[in-house]
Design a protein around this ligand. Sequence first.
Ligand SMILES: [Fe+2]
Length: 280
Amino acid sequence: MARLTAGVGSSHVPLLGVAVDQGKTGDDYFGPIFAGYEWTREWEKAEKPDVIVLVYNDHASAFDMKIVPTFAIGCGERYKPADEGWGPRKVPDVEGHADLAWHIAQSLILDDFDMTIINEMDVDHGLTVPLSMMFGSPDKWPVKVVPLAVNVVTYPVPSGNRCWALGEAIARAVASFPEDLNVQIWGTGGMSHQLQGPRAGLLNREWDNKFLDMLESDDDAARWIPHIEYLRETGSEGIEMVMWLIMRGALGKKVKTLHRHYHIPCSNTAIGHIVLEPAD
Ligand SMILES: [Fe+2]
């Protein structure tokens, strides 16, 4: 059977993709950011996951105000990097795992989660930057990916509780897939940042680290953080952190922390990264 072996949380800042693509990951500015991912790059080489369920949000690349799915799952065979205004990133196409994705879609929908099924879409920095952070610049990504897109761009966005419960349902779906696969779930986005308005540039080291502490804990208090707290404490774009709760909800009650990293600033955001293993 398929096994959900680990969860990874990571920011997906577009500037980090630029740093990888332009070979600047070791310079004075980016060096300390990428140093915090070195442990994970070595760990991933040893873990050799077959598939990542990659929770991310689309930034008006595949979706726009014409259609705003709350939760969408990619069931296609392949996804191309999106053109976000400067041409598509020169990274490999992302290979899907259609059989697992359709299985998860069926399991989730019969579990009362009304997923939008996407068979064709381009994927933007929300999905490709975390792949670059964890796997560098290979000719071909070493894993297949089931993209899981969440609306955190247009209110109403899903509650933390709903995201956590979706993670629990994804874990049930993966555990009932008959093929022997090593599956990880990644939650991406955040941490504190606000891109516009009078509070543009807001960062909150203390709150971000409290959130990481909550993810490491055995209780599920993080699922009850209201939207207004993300907005107030972490800026308008900090709401992306609800996507980390899908990852955390999938790992069960107890987790073991394998790695954790936090750095500010990166572009106009705070960088957070955590690697967790189910410990029930
Ligand atoms: Fe984002």
